[in-house]
Design a protein around this ligand. Structure first.
Ligand code: FMN
Length: 375
């Protein structure tokens, strides 16, 4: 099997995933609800040949939350807009299974997948129980979240196979729109959700959107082993991640799946410069718009571009970083990473120079999922 190259993802989170970044002169103070800002970042990441754009989310807010969360767009809406100004980059939205409705989510993400011509991903998370009160589910408890998530995923995956790939004939001459034998209702009855189906949308060029998940607990791992294709993981500790990955891949194998079809995606907040000193100056600059005297913990990936590329290759070769997901506090963060680090990763032969495919699944090297009714 040909070695899979490193993949890259970028989180766009408006004014930043911090309290003070919005004050920087180069960040529009309304970036979290400024579609032009998202368009600019999306195009930049696509020029850098990134595999995917990733949007994190929040489901309940209150005083004390980061500015980004206080007034932001909903993810699928943003990605639908971005799909019209990009061509190859993947588009992944976070929607929590604890709050949403599976039929609606299946429909939204499948629509994004068709609108973007096969580039959608869905990050299925439980989120924390705080959001239950916003979605009329205050009667549920934390212990409900994973059993509910399991049902949610079974339903969404089932709905995405509602039509076999050749169900729609659309023959004007003969007046045959589709073949009803290739339409499959779901008839799902669970403890939390009951869904009859079928879903009113056919499959996309990548078969099904790519399923991402984020979490760490044993309950998380059990559901992920069955349903996840990409795992977003905390990226601060290599040894922890090695143990986590090993255990998760064992569980994947126990489910009869190939561990090769599960990609690990730790997230990092790299600070790079041409030299070590440049990177340090950038760290100090970020600190300078934080509360006085605040010292930011040094990120795991920090230093000269050469040094950062070296570290990335190390994590990649250790088998814990199939995708490097980066988020940035500094307004020039993506630019620096793309101009300084990406060429080194390309020279080392571990990152692409051109997109291989134009679907998310294709670029990630994940297999095409055959419709369960034709398997
Ligand atoms: C890497 C990572 C990313 C996450 N991203 C989000 C997010 O964007 N929005 C959210 O509401 N929760 C997010 N979560 C929280 C999870 O959905 C979940 O509530 C949390 O991990 C606790 O569950 P666990 O103990 O099973 O991991 C994230 C968790 C992890 C580990």
């Amino acid at each position: 099997m040909e070695e899979r190259k490193l993949k890259l993802g970028g989180i766009i989170d408006g004014v930043g995933w911090n309290y003070t970044g919005w004050r920087h002169p180069h960040i529009p103070a309304d970036a979290s609800e400024n579609i032009e800002y998202y368009v600019q970042k999306a195009k930049q990441l696509e020029q850098g040949k990134f595999d995917l754009i990733f949007l994190a989310d929040v489901s309940h807010i209150g005083p004390g939350m980061i500015p980004h969360y206080l007034s932001m767009f909903e993810g699928v809406s943003i990605l639908s807009a971005l799909s019209m100004v990009t061509h190859s980059i993947g588009l992944t939205a976070t929607i929590a299974t604890s709050y949403a409705d599976p039929f609606t989510v299946a429909r939204q993400i499948a629509s994004l997948d068709k609108i973007s011509k096969g580039r959608a991903g869905w990050n299925a998370i439980t989120s924390n129980p705080g959001g239950l009160a916003n979605y009329s589910r205050s009667h549920l408890k934390k212990a409900d979240l994973y059993p509910m998530k399991k049902e949610f995923l079974e339903i969404v995956e089932g709905l995405w196979d509602s039509y076999e790939d050749d169900a729609f004939i659309r023959d004007k001459e003969r007046g045959v729109f589709y073949d009803p034998r290739k339409m499959h209702p779901l008839h799902y009855t669970g403890n939390y959700f009951s869904v009859e189906g079928p879903l009113n949308i056919s499959r996309s060029r990548q078969g099904r959107p790519v399923v991402f998940q984020a979490g760490t607990s044993p309950a998380f791992m059990d559901v992920a082993a069955q349903h996840a294709e990409v795992i977003m993981a905390p990226g601060h500790d290599l040894e922890y991640l090695k143990a986590f990955t090993e255990e998760l891949k064992r569980k994947v194998q126990n489910q009869g799946r190939s561990p090769h079809d599960l990609l690990m995606m730790p997230s990092h907040n790299p600070i790079v410069g041409e030299t070590e000193k440049d990177a340090l100056e950038k760290l100090r600059e970020i600190e300078s718009w934080m509360p006085q005297g605040y010292r930011m913990p040094k990120p795991g990936l920090m230093g000269s571009a050469e040094h950062v590329a070296e570290q990335i290759e190390h994590w990649y070769r250790e088998g814990v970083m199939d995708i490097l997901l980066i988020r940035q506090d500094h307004p020039a963060g993506f630019k620096d990473f793309i101009e300084l680090v990406v060429p080194i990763l390309q020279d080392r032969g571990i990152f692409r120079k051109e997109y291989e495919e134009d679907t998310l699944r294709g670029n990630l090297g994940l297999p095409y999922p055959e419709n369960k009714y034709t398997k």
